[in-house]
Design a protein around this ligand. Structure first.
Ligand code: HEM
Length: 546
């Protein structure tokens, strides 16, 4: 019944009751109708007032944030679009634009802000500002970019926040203990050996792209160490699983740089979600079956240990994988479900192979550009191994000081993770600027590592920058390829061991020359920093002189 009709009815009800024309019951019904109108109008007004109050509260809060953000130096921006038009370039050029912007502003200011549409984003590239952000236990939440990884990695260690992250980090830290990593040396050696066999067929001085050889090797390594499975990616690069790992990584990166496919419904509408779901099906079913197999082996090993039988599974000594540690936890802590384990295994698969592959490629690239530095690496390796073909030991790793400095210097010039970002849950004061809650703060590692005050002649490849006496002179947050503070890379020791073994294996056998000059290099920087056209090199066996 419309409101005017109800009003008319109820006033007619009152008059009728007074004049006695209607029965009591009918008159009461009309009076109730009037009350209903009164209450419903009151409710509508209250609701409208509450909405207005909420809107005003939101608006003033937002205006306050905008006011704070606008106090930071930065380019002019448009309403709603912000600075979106400034980065409206081909995806392959986004890295150049971001780093170019950081360079331009770094001559005037330690940080600057842009508007990514309606979202404020602060870029940071000086050591003291980076220290404030990364060392604080308050700023641990990842930015929204990481949410595109959720369907694959769930909220594992890399993507989780708050108490979940805390408890996972505490639980997983022992998995990277020196004693456990020591066991992986054998895997690093055997997979490097396999890669050498493949490279021998390429060592004829003709240019080829070494990037895929290295990536498949690091993929084999992470599968074996994380899940205890040898997937033989180096022999079987066409496997469904290997393809899915690559394709989903590429699709996530693609989505990150294209705002129009970021909302789920548009991702679906443009047909990407179907592909994405297919990769997810392959990846998750692989991880779940690895967990089930390993669980069975784990139970078997426990029974054998109880019976005091030598720890033999499938004919060889059982090496522990990260997955075993998680299975062990799941027995003692009911809070760790199979899905939780899957999240962590997938996280290691994602974080643990592309990053190391990129770092190894950049090290090789730079050694291939600098024969004089390469000669020093050869010298160090010859002094340790001579002509022998023996595997690398933990003792050798400690002695490979110059090779390690080359890897560190390569990670300075070409950090595998060129940017990392946090979303502020609390206001922060960085370089005397107040940065409000909700802002994304991005560390531009690529630019930070080129601060001429910390690294004179920053573009020069000089491994001696990592001699202890030189490191001591620098700010501790001037070099953060593995991030820093409580949310740093849990796998950094693992990564450095792996890099030293794979790189030394190559350098013990070959001489390398890079065919792309530094000035001609095109860099792609999305999730991982890589050369756009692969890593083109020429290889020769060391015995052949040219
Ligand atoms: C050269 C190789 C590597 C580089 C340069 C690297 C770099 C990084 C960086 C910069 C972060 C911080 C990311 C952020 O804050 O957004 C990170 C986090 C992480 N890395 Fe690595 N990483 C490497 C290898 C590895 C390996 C081999 C593993 C595992 C076996 C690994 C596992 C992780 C995990 C789980 C996190 C998340 C830690 C947390 O949030 O608590 N990384 N890595």
């Amino acid at each position: 019944m419309s409101r005017s009709l109800l009003c008319a009815c109820s006033s007619f009800g009152l008059q009728a009751l007074i004049s006695g024309h209607l029965t009591d019951q009918r008159a009461m019904a009309l009076l109730l109708g009037r009350e209903f109108v009164w209450w419903s109008s009151l409710a509508s007004y209250s609701l409208a007032t509450a909405c207005l109050a909420l809107f005003l509260a939101w608006f003033f809060k937002r205006q306050h944030k905008v006011w704070l953000i606008e106090k930071l130096p930065g380019p002019r921006s448009l309403p709603i679009l912000g600075n979106a038009l400034d980065v409206n370039v081909a995806p392959r050029d986004v890295f150049q634009v971001v780093v170019g912007g950081a360079y331009m502003w770094s001559f005037r200011t330690p940080l600057f802000r842009v508007w990514a549409g309606p979202f404020p984003l602060v870029q940071l590239f000086n050591c003291s500002g980076v220290e404030v952000l990364l060392s604080s236990p308050k700023h641990l939440d990842k930015s929204r970019d990481y949410s595109f990884l959720h369907p694959w990695l769930g909220t594992g260690l890399l993507t989780s926040t708050g108490s979940k992250w805390h408890s996972r980090r505490k639980m997983l830290t022992p998995a990277f203990h020196f004693k456990i990593l020591e066991d992986f040396v054998e895997v690093f050696n055997s997979q490097s050996h396999k890669m050498l066999d493949k490279l021998k067929g390429k060592a004829d001085g003709k240019p080829f792209d070494i990037f895929p050889f290295i990536t498949l090797c690091t993929l084999d390594i992470i599968c074996e160490t994380a899940m205890g499975i040898n997937i033989n990616a180096q022999d079987n690069s066409d496997s469904e699983y290997v393809n899915a790992v690559y394709r989903i990584g590429a699709l996530v990166q693609y989505r990150q740089t294209r705002p129009w496919i970021q909302p789920d419904f548009l991702f679906k509408l443009f047909g990407y979600a179907k592909l994405h779901d297919e990769y997810l099906r392959v990846l998750h079913s692989f991880s779940y079956s690895a967990i089930e197999n390993r669980r069975r082996e784990y139970q078997l090993a426990k029974v054998k240990a109880k019976e005091n039988v030598e720890e033999e599974v499938i004919g060889k000594k059982r090496r522990l994988a990260f997955l075993d540690l998680l299975l062990n936890y799941s027995e003692t802590q009911t809070s760790l479900s199979t899905e939780d384990i899957r999240e962590e295994v997938d996280t290691f698969m994602f974080e643990g192979h592309d990053t190391t592959a990129a770092a190894l490629n950049w090290s090789l690239y730079l050694l291939g550009c600098h024969p004089e530095i390469q000669a020093k690496v050869h010298e160090e390796l010859d002094s340790l191994f001579g002509d022998s073909d023996r595997p690398v030991t933990m003792g050798d790793l400690r002695e490979m000081k110059y090779t390690e400095n080359c890897i560190k210097e390569a990670l300075r010039l070409f950090p595998s993770v060129p940017f990392l970002a946090r979303e502020l849950r609390e206001e922060a004061v960085i370089n005397n600027y107040r940065i409000p809650v909700g802002t994304t703060v991005m560390v531009v590692t690529y630019r930070l590592h080129r601060d001429p005050e910390q690294f004179p002649e920053p573009e020069t490849f000089d491994p001696d920058r990592f001699l202890p006496e030189n490191v001591a002179k620098r700010h501790p947050y001037s070099y953060v390829p593995f991030s820093a503070g409580p949310r740093n890379c849990i796998g950094q020791k693992f990564a450095l061991m792996e890099e030293k073994i794979v790189l030394s294996s190559i350098m013990r056998h070959f001489r390398v020359e890079s065919t792309t000059r530094r000035e001609d290099l095109r860099i792609l920087g999305e999730l991982i920093l890589r050369p756009e056209n692969g890593n083109m090199v020429k290889l020769w066996p060391r015995s052949v002189k040219v």
